[in-house]
Design a protein around this ligand. Structure first.
Ligand code: AQP
Length: 334
């Protein structure tokens, strides 16, 4: 089986963008692959974070993986900081990464702009740590949303560079991974601005629907979301980004085809569509929320999943780290 690796940062509540762009695709594809899904808590401290909530936020994301349908028969769930090989490989990769590759990353430029003077080196280094996450598992495929595509291209460039410098054609050190990006849901947009992606770090709570939002919160957010004054709803009109985003959410959450949604909504006004989207969203999130409560009620079960996850992750990551160290010329520990 091909191996899959992906992760989410515990930087806040998971929202529909994280779910539709990433986790739902992990769940749908999981029986075909050998999967590793981590909660990337080392990435979470690349922006200012709260040490009082980091551990709890990390557990919440792991529980949500299970609640969304990650099945331990096909998949391993673990926490990035529990496997120290991630930090170690990131250091080794740092030393072969040209600085200007990192300075050119879109996500760095966007997040650095938001933080002004307080940008840490870790934010610049985010893609190198992400490369380490992927490469430690010899992952073939990395299912992500569109926003992460550039980071996976950088990972591929790093593999080519490392293999060129320290491997040989017949004996490459690391495997070249590929991104797996689904067209639908790859870029879920903010509810208050259809030209910006839905994001955990957006200061406006109204901009996103979180997987754990109550029916009342969902109703309020959809009622107040940005629309336009045009009657009749349509996909793919660049002048109507909010309309395209809300129809896409309805399509993905209802499981209907694009053609069926286009036909159903072509004569609708927002007053008719918004209650429909609200009802569909609440119904789609209900089973996830119920399962989440179940998982969180048994902390020792979640801990055992994560302990086992760490063991399985280390069984793969430690030998791959050793292979990279040997290729770079390190001696074995005495
Ligand atoms: N709006 C989105 N549409 C589709 N996919 C998305 N993803 C994130 N936002 C959207 C995908 O979710 C996965 C996990 O993302 P992450 O937590 O590692 O970081 P991120 O991409 O930076 O997500 P956020 O929500 O915007 O977090 P903050 O605000 O903390 O930076 C990834 O596969 C991502 O593509």
């Amino acid at each position: 089986k091909l191996r899959v690796l992906s992760g989410v940062q515990p930087t806040g509540n998971l929202h529909l963008g994280n779910y539709l762009g990433a986790i739902r695709n992990w769940v749908e594809g999981q029986s075909q692959y050998d999967n590793f899904f981590c909660v990337v808590d080392l990435h979470a401290i690349t922006v200012p974070h709260n040490p009082k909530t980091l551990a709890q936020d990390t557990y919440t994301i792991a529980a949500l993986y299970l609640a969304c349908g990650i099945d331990l028969e096909y998949s391993t769930i673990f926490i990035q900081s529990h496997v120290s090989a991630h930090s170690e490989l990131a250091w080794l990769l740092n030393c072969i990464t040209p600085l200007n590759w990192l300075e050119g990353m879109i996500q760095f430029k966007e997040k650095a702009l938001k933080q002004g003077q307080n940008v840490g080196v870790g934010l610049l280094d985010y893609p190198v740590l992400m490369a380490a996450d992927i490469l430690l598992y010899d992952a073939d495929l990395v299912p992500v949303g569109e926003d992460q595509k550039q980071h996976i291209e950088l990972t591929r460039d790093l593999v080519i560079r490392l293999n060129d410098q320290f491997g040989s054609k017949d004996n490459p050190v690391l495997k070249l991974p590929k991104p797996l990006i689904r067209k639908e849901g790859a870029r879920v947009m903010s509810l208050v601005d259809g030209t910006r992606k839905m994001s955990k770090s957006d200061p406006s709570e109204l901009s996103r629907i979180n997987l754990l939002d109550s029916p009342e919160e969902i109703t309020k957010k959809i009622k107040r979301c940005k629309t336009d004054p045009i009657k009749g709803l349509e996909f793919d009109n660049p002048e109507r980004p909010e309309c395209n985003n809300l129809l896409t959410l309805y399509m993905l959450l209802s499981g209907k085809t694009k053609e069926a949604v286009a036909a159903e909504c072509q004569d609708m006004g927002w007053g008719q569509f918004k209650p429909l989207l609200t009802e569909t969203t609440i119904a789609a999130l209900k089973p996830i929320q119920d399962k989440y409560q179940e998982v969180m009620a048994d902390k020792s079960y979640l801990e055992s999943v994560l302990r086992e996850g760490r063991e399985k992750a280390e069984a793969i990551a430690i030998p791959i780290l050793a292979k990279v160290k040997a290729a770079l010329g390190y001696s074995l520990p005495l």
